[in-house]
Design a protein around this ligand. Structure first.
Ligand SMILES: *Cc1c(COP(=O)(O)O)cnc(C)c1O
Length: 348
């Protein structure tokens, strides 16, 4: 598919800013008005006085090896949240185009659309919280540019059907699959497909399994066409040297991520069992992620009770198609025990 018919005209025509570090990273660098004498901060020999590489070469090469995917299909953002925003900027004309999101889901898709003044069309997930193909097909019109999907989905916790996602990529829209929680699922996700299919974008993050939420880094796998567009519209130096250094370090230590993931999955099973034994817990959604959503009769009261005990979970009961549900992240064994014990003490 030629995706250019979906790109905003001003973005297609855009002559991007050419930054100094685009052309030269070495030499007697007198081109960017930096401080050649040095930096007031010395940290890991990072030459913080110099602007970072706008092409993100080192981290893209490293990730490319690790995922066995071409570097041309990889892009890093300041969190995957930045990538969501950039995709809307690339494809959606404000106050004209539309985006489809499948509720209940992650709140940032709507917020980014609202900020960009792009209309959101809510389509509910089906009874199993999977994609409702018919509803989506009925909601699409010639203004629809992007469908945002989240798999495993936040806050329902489940993977979405791959077959249905692939089916959606046959339509003349951009399909974005947010795989923030894929590390916790027994599934390789859709990154291989995103290299092949020109209108499929997969986003992932270092904020969850990798334990780097404080750093703000995520990446996308997409066709080289879409990847080039992301590079065209991003702020020139979105990934700074500190972030880049930490990400390289993380990618060299991915075994540690696997240890975390195994422990979290073990704890997830344990909490699921514990929740099963609590009479006022009406439903527990099976989870492919690092959280569990469960249904109670009085979500607000349960939330406030736990809060009063210093245990903070998320009240998701106001989301579409999700009334009564609370979401708890899997913590340390101690934190999980505290959560379960206090929950058992709730008397509604
Ligand atoms: C936590 C989360 C993210 C992470 O976003 P970052 O900006 O990379 O921290 C993305 N998508 C979903 C669905 C999430 O729950």
């Amino acid at each position: 598919m030629n995706i250019n018919n979906l790109v905003r005209e001003n973005i297609l025509k855009l002559k991007p800013y050419t930054s100094a570090r685009e052309s030269h990273l070495n030499g007697i660098l007198l081109d960017a008005n930096e401080n050649s004498l040095g930096s007031v901060v010395e940290l890991n020999g990072l030459e913080l006085n110099r602007y970072p590489d706008p092409n993100q070469n080192k981290i893209r090469e490293k990730l490319s090896q690790l995922l066995s995917l071409p570097k041309e299909n990889l892009f890093f953002g300041v969190g995957s949240d930045e990538i969501i925003d950039l995709l809307i900027k690339i494809f959606c004309n404000p106050s004209e185009d539309e985006v489809i999101i499948c509720e209940p889901t992650y709140g940032m898709y709507k917020v980014c659309c609202d900020i960009n003044n792009v209309r959101v069309c809510n389509v509910l997930l089906d009874l199993q919280y999977d994609i409702d193909l018919l509803k989506i097909k009925n909601a699409i019109n010639n203004k629809t540019k992007i469908i945002f999907l989240c798999s495993p989905n936040n806050p329902t916790g489940n993977l979405l059907s791959k077959e249905k996602i692939i089916e959606l990529t046959k339509l003349n829209v951009i399909v974005v699959v947010d795989e923030a929680y894929i590390d916790f699922a027994n599934d390789e996700g859709l990154i291989k497909h995103a290299v092949e299919l020109s209108n499929l974008v997969v986003t992932r993050t270092f904020s969850k399994a990798w334990g780097l939420a404080g750093v703000r880094a995520g990446f996308s796998v997409a066709s080289s066409e879409i990847t080039n567009l992301l590079f065209k519209v991003k702020l020139p130096y979105n990934i700074n040297k500190l972030t880049s250094d930490v990400i390289l370090n993380a990618l060299n230590n991915f075994e540690k991520r696997n240890l975390f993931v195994n422990k979290i999955i073990e704890e997830r099973k344990r909490i699921e069992n514990e929740l099963n034994n609590i009479p006022f817990v009406l439903k527990i959604l099976p989870s492919d992620s690092n959280f569990i959503s469960f249904k109670v009769e009085k979500p607000k009261e349960v939330f406030s009770y736990l809060e009063s005990k210093g245990i903070i979970i998320r009240d998701r009961s106001n989301q579409y198609n999700f009334s009564g549900y609370l979401r708890v992240s899997i913590g340390t064994t101690y934190e999980n025990d505290r959560f379960i014990n206090e929950l058992k003490n709730f008397k509604g």
